[in-house]
Design a protein around this ligand. Structure first.
Ligand code: TNX
Length: 491
C-alpha cells in the first residue's frame, strides 16, 4: 500500500497490505500472551494504559475475539527481530520467532494507533488500528545510537529516556561513550580515583558525574528489557586525560595531568611503554565486561595523535588480544585498522576524509564494518547554519542528508555482507542537557533507523518525509524536543 496517515510507520516495514476493517480497542480488549510472551505483553499494556484509560489485562488465555494476541511461533521464519502483525475487525495478532521480534512489532502497533496514545494522561480516543497485514524484518543486525556521556554527563534517568524514544524506531544498540578527556563515567573498583577525580569534571567546568556499578546495571537491565544491547566504550589509548589526571602511573613522566574541561581533541595518550598501562587496561576491561551481558566491548582507538604509528599499531594488536581473552568481540573506531584485528572484530567508520585502504585490508581479513559516516550520522552536526548547538566540521546534516544514503555503497569495496549495521552518534561537547540531546536526535535518528532497518528498494525521500511528519504529534505527546526541519511537511 501507499503509506499515508493510515500506516505512517517509521522505519518503513518490508511489506504492508491493507486488508479491511480496522480494529477498535475498548474496555473488554485483553492482551493474550503465554509465559514466553508475558514480558512484551506487559510492556505493551503499560505503553497503552495511561492514555487509553483501558484495563488491557494481560491474560494467558487463548485470544478471544477482540483481543491483542502475542505469540512466539517457530514457523514464522523472519529471523531474531522479524514479526508479522495482522489487524482485523476481530483483533490483532502479532507473531514472531523471538521475543525481540514481538517487541519490534509492538513498536509498529504503537505507531498504527493515533498519536494521542503516547500521552501519559487519559485521552479521548477512539483507539483504532487500521486493518492490515505487516510482514517485517531488519536489513541490518546493528542499528545503534551512541550517546557521549563523557563530555557532558547524563543521569540514569536521562539515559532511560534516550532509550525509550529510540526503541520506538527499532534501535537495538545503545553505545555509551563512557570515557574521554573531560570525564570518566563508570566506577572501577580496582581504580577508585577514576570516579573520585576523573569523573569530577565535564566540558565547561560542570560537576560531571559517574555511574556506580548498580547504576550501570540498571541501564543494562532497562535496555535489555527493551531488547537493546548496551555497548560500553572505554576509549584508549587517546582521549584519556580523565584517567591520566586520576593516576600518575599512567603518564610517562609519572605525574598526573590537570583535569580538562575544553573541547580540543587528540592531545592525550596513555604511556604505552609502562606495564602499569596494561594492568590498568586489563583491569578496567575485566570489570566492565563482568557487568556487560552483550557481546561487544568498544575500545575507542580514535585520534591518538601523539602516539607514533608503529606504537599505536602494536598497542591495538595487544588490546585486541586482551578483549578476546575476556570472551567479548572488540569494536574500535576506524583508526584501529592500523593494528592486527581479531577475526570478527568490528570497525566503526566515521572519518569520511580518511582513505579506506587500511579498513579494506581488515575487511578482507575478516573484520566487519559499522557505518557512522560523520556527514550522515553525526547527531552533533548542526542541521543548518542557524542551529544554536552543535558543530559543523563534517558539514551541516539536515534530515535528508541523514536519510538519503545507502550503507551498501558508502565505501567502495565494502559490500552489504561486510556491514554489520549503522549507528548514529551524538557527541556532547556542545550538548549539555537532555532537551538538547532530543533536539539533535529528532528527527535524524528515525531517518538513520530507517536506513538501517528498511529494504533499500522500499525507501524514497518523498515517502519518508510524509511518514516522518506524522511522528511530530507523537513527540509532542511525549514532550520530546525536536527540530522542525523545513524539509518536512509537519502537520
Ligand atoms: C570526532 S568521531 C571524535 C570525537 C568528537 C567528534 C565531534 C571520533 C571517533 N572522534 O572525539 O567528539 O569528532 O564531532
Amino acid at each position: 500500500m501507499r503509506s499515508g496517515r493510515s500506516a505512517a510507520v517509521v522505519p518503513r516495514p518490508v511489506s504492508t497490505v491493507v486488508t479491511g476493517e480496522p480494529f477498535v480497542l475498548d474496555g473488554s480488549t485483553q492482551v493474550s500472551a503465554g509465559r514466553a510472551e508475558a514480558a512484551v505483553a506487559e510492556y505493551l499494556g503499560h505503553a497503552l494504559r495511561a492514555s487509553t484509560g483501558l484495563p488491557l489485562t494481560v491474560t494467558p488465555e487463548p485470544a478471544a475475539a477482540g483481543a491483542i494476541s502475542l505469540r512466539l511461533d517457530g514457523d514464522i521464519d523472519l529471523g531474531a527481530e522479524g514479526y508479522r502483525l495482522d489487524a482485523t475487525r476481530a483483533g490483532v495478532r502479532l507473531r514472531a520467532q523471538e521475543p525481540a521480534g514481538l517487541f519490534r512489532g509492538v513498536q509498529t502497533l504503537r505507531q498504527l494507533l493515533p498519536a494521542a496514545v503516547e500521552h501519559d494522561t487519559v485521552q479521548p480516543g477512539p483507539w483504532q488500528v487500521p486493518g492490515l497485514r505487516v510482514v517485517d524484518r531488519p536489513r541490518f543486525a546493528w542499528r545503534g545510537a551512541m550517546l557521549d556521556v563523557a563530555r557532558h554527563f547524563f543521569t540514569v534517568a536521562d539515559v532511560k529516556r534516550f532509550i525509550d524514544l529510540a526503541v520506538l524506531y527499532k534501535i537495538n544498540v545503545l553505545h555509551l561513550h563512557l570515557t574521554d578527556d573531560q570525564g570518566w563515567r563508570i566506577a572501577i573498583d580496582g581504580w577508585p580515583e577514576l570516579a573520585r577525580i576523573g569523573a569530577s569534571t565535564e566540558v565547561g567546568g560542570g560537576r560531571g558525574g559517574f555511574y556506580t556499578r548498580a547504576d550501570y546495571q540498571d541501564i543494562v537491565d532497562y535496555a535489555g528489557a527493551r531488547y537493546v544491547t548496551v555497548v560500553p566504550e572505554i576509549d584508549v589509548p587517546g582521549h584519556t586525560n580523565a584517567a591520566l589526571a586520576s593516576y600518575p602511573q599512567l603518564n610517562c613522566d609519572g605525574r598526573a595531568t590537570q583535569p580538562f574541561t575544553g573541547t580540543r581533541v587528540g592531545f592525550s595518550a596513555l604511556c604505552l611503554d609502562r606495564p602499569s598501562t596494561y594492568e590498568f587496561v586489563a583491569d578496567v576491561f575485566d570489570e566492565v565486561v563482568a557487568i556487560t551481558p552483550g557481546q561487544f566491548l568498544h575500545v575507542g582507538g580514535d585520534e591518538a595523535r601523539t602516539v607514533p604509528d608503529h606504537e599505536y599499531a602494536a598497542f591495538v594488536t595487544r588490546i585486541q588480544k586482551i578483549v578476546a581473552s575476556t570472551g567479548k568481540t572488540a569494536v574500535g573506531w576506524q583508526e584501529v585498522a592500523a593494528g592486527t584485528l581479531e577475526a570478527g572484530s568490528v570497525i566503526q567508520y566515521w572519518n569520511i576524509d580518511e582513505g579506506p585502504a587500511r579498513l579494506l585490508e581488515s575487511v578482507r581479513a575478516g573484520a566487519q564494518v559499522l557505518l557512522s559516516p560523520a556527514d550522515r550520522t553525526y547527531l552533533d552536526m548542526k542541521y543548518d547554519a542557524r542551529t544554536a548547538v552543535g558543530t559543523d566540521w563534517a558539514g551541516c546534516v539536515e534530515v535528508r542528508d541523514a536519510y538519503e544514503w545507502d550503507p551498501a555503497t558508502t565505501i567502495e569495496g565494502v559490500n552489504e555482507a561486510d556491514v554489520i549495521g549503522v549507528e548514529a552518534a551524538l557527541w556532547t561537547e556542545t550538548v549539555a542537557d537532555i532537551g538538547a540531546v532530543e533536539f539533535m536526535t529528532y528527527p535524524r535518528l528515525p531517518a538513520i533507523a530507517e536506513v538501517a532497518w528498511s529494504p533499500e528498494e522500499r525507501r524514497t525521500w518523498e515517502d519518508f518525509r510524509l511518514r516522518l511528519a506524522a511522528q511530530a504529534p507523537r513527540w509532542e505527546a511525549m514532550a520530546a524536543a525536536f527540530h522542525r526541519s523545513p524539509q518536512i511537511p509537519w502537520p
